[in-house]
Design a protein. Structure first.
Length: 204
């Protein structure tokens, strides 16, 4: 059947291998995005702690766009609890007032169950869609900053098909590593990687 995120073949699963890998990667990065948003709460602050443009009018107590974006992280708890209910397996989501701690715990619970979500959970598409929307929204507020650079899709063949997982290069690292299939791409092969990625895109 088609993947519920991209309509590519997913076999008997709800998510294809690429979208499964992307879901896991985003869940792993969301806690850092939440922390980065916290550093931007003061008016005029940027994600790196610097100052933005000089404010002419009296500033608001906090950046409302950042407050709103952080509040959206509450959806992670909803999905973690739904996962626990549908699997009949307890998932520890702290009841603390700290939304960051609860979101981090929810990401850990969802991340640990990514393979089950993709293969067995009818809500997989809705969950992955909301996680992607949350990630993209937070990233648009934070900016690239110290987040990993997006380096295209992994073209390595796995069981006769391209892996297709998103490749992310953490700041300060020189070797790309696919979080799904484990393929590595040192700088010396990046030109060949781009060619393979173009061929992959043309074949899809």
């Amino acid at each position: 059947m088609p993947c519920e995120m991209c309509d590519r073949p997913a076999g008997a699963d709800y998510l294809c291998a690429r979208c499964t890998a992307d879901l896991g990667l985003r869940l792993g990065q969301l806690p850092a995005l939440y922390a980065a948003l916290g550093s931007m709460l003061a008016p005029g602050r940027t994600a790196d702690g610097g100052r933005g443009a000089t404010l002419v009018e009296a500033p608001a107590p906090a950046r409302l766009d950042v407050v709103d974006q952080r509040a959206e992280f509450g959806v992670l708890e909803v999905w973690a609890r739904a996962l626990a209910a549908d699997r009949a397996v307890p998932v520890a989501v702290p009841g603390a007032d700290d939304l960051g701690a609860r979101a981090t715990a929810a990401c850990a619970a969802l991340g640990a169950a990514v393979d089950w979500i993709a293969s067995s959970w009818p809500a997989a598409g809705d969950c992955a869609g909301e996680v992607r929307g949350l990630f993209d929204g937070a990233r648009s507020v934070v900016g690239a900053g110290d987040l990993p650079a997006r380096m295209g899709r992994c073209p390595r063949l796995v069981h006769g098909a391209a892996c297709g997982a998103e490749l992310l290069l953490p700041q300060g690292q020189q070797v790309l590593r696919c979080g799904w299939c484990g393929a590595t791409y040192p700088p010396g092969v990046w030109a060949a990687l781009r060619v393979a990625q173009r061929d992959l895109a043309a074949a899809l």
